[in-house]
Design a protein around this ligand. Sequence first.
Ligand code: HEM
Length: 537
Amino acid sequence: MKPTGVLIVKSLILLLGIGVIIFQSTTSTCCSCPLATLFLFMSLTLTHFTISLNYWFVPGGFAWRNYHRHEKAAKLTGPMGWPILGTLPQMGSLAHRKLAAISTSLNAKRLMALSLGATPVIISNHPETAREILCGSSFSDRPMKESARLLMFERAIGFAPSGRIAASHMFSPRKVSNLECLRRQVVDEMVMKIWKEMEEKGVVEVRAILQEGSLGNILESVFGNCLSSEREELGNMVREGYDLISKFNWEDHFPLTFLDFHGIKRRCYKLAAKVNSVVSQILKNRKGSGEFVFVGENDFLSALLSLPEEERLGDSDVVALLWEMAFRGTDTVALLLEWIMARMVLHQDIQAKARHEIDKCIGQYGQVQDSDIPKLHYLQAIVKEVLRLHPPGPLLSWARLAVHDVYVDKLFVPAGTTAMVNMWAITHDSSIWEDPWAFKPERFLKEDVSIMGSDLRLAPFGSGRRVCPGRALGLATVHLWLARLVHQFVWLPVPKQAVDLSECLRLSLEMEKPLRCQKSLRRFPPGTLLLISLSGG
Ligand code: HEM
């Protein structure tokens, strides 16, 4: 228990004792005295308050009250937090930083217990306990946010075993490589947009262009190029979905299913119905066109429709799966690229080195392709370093759920506990990373750290059975687009306007203020050099 908590409880017990003594001495002299009634009332109130405090003020807080009463072995430690709310007030836009600071102050880096309302949670800030959570079979489930459940995510990859089988077909190396043509086409369009916007306004908001490019890329990867009228609608649906899932919902932390604060449920029902109708129609149209249309195509929908009979999914599962792909694949790529571009502007020497590496590989006027990426070691190191400093999922997005009682780090964790990994805390830990706050891609030239989930010091895509299935596709896109943007343009800061690296955690970790740029000098059309000035916010 925190020293301050112990102090409060002790003071209240003392007060209670004093109250009882005064009460006894007053009643013995004058039974009907109103003062006696007052003291009796005060004592009872204090007793009740003290008992409540003992109930709430246990290590980890309110949700762990029974754990401490029954469990005799070594116990978890953690912040007591607020009565009823627990640590919820800390879970705002900088939750990853606040949780990291609390665990350091309590010396509970390996494993810490906390309460998010009535939900018992453990959180790891250490690669070893992170591995136990992510890679064991005890945490293979995900706790279901109400909005995620209503938006059909319980049916898709994240939650259904059949979804994962289908994902392995959709994200096979051949499928990812077959989509290169699309990635190149989208980055060409983005280059033209950057150019045009600078010509017209003199300022470019890279975020809007990256989001639009990423959305178009993922929608066409998922549904193929058959979309026309549905494209805008799907884009709006993905945006609405983000908004709903990012919203705080009391129901996720308290048994309040009968309520609908802020109308989130109502909006989720409406959106799910729309998703069902639009995606089902696309599916129907594709099926109606005959099997020959999708054999040999590269999109995910074709991959699902051409699965062997025994692995084929029902229509409603296909709809849920495609929707989850479109949803999960869009923002991570766009916001990671925005962080990378911000770093490129801040560190001109590093940007120049990356461009030099590309020039050496394909010449000044060549066009980067997927096959060039393995030779661009420095470019890959830049992406790793940004994933280390600004992981899009600092708490690995959606958490895990203990499916049965389990021991983590030899500490008992009851079934039903939500488990989180603070990847941001691990990647900023000075006992793991030398000079962890410095932006130094060179560190990955000295030591080749895998980011695909095998090394828990840097696992921005998670690890184990629930590791991100889209990581190869996401990385292929980020590498190719970054190489093209750095090769095509020189990105410069706007004089006297520092890039603002403030963070905001919604569903993913975003730059709080969008990066904007200004035209400065150029050599164009494509293959020529362009100088751009950037500023944060
Ligand atoms: C730079 C890009 C990306 C990053 C940083 C990223 C990160 C993550 C993280 C941290 C998780 C949770 C893993 C865990 O709990 O262990 C995840 C899950 C997931 N990601 Fe990604 N992701 C990216 C791109 C993509 C793309 C392009 C797609 C699909 C097209 C995708 C689809 C998914 C899905 C479906 C899950 C849920 C898996 C499950 O619950 O079993 N992601 N991602």
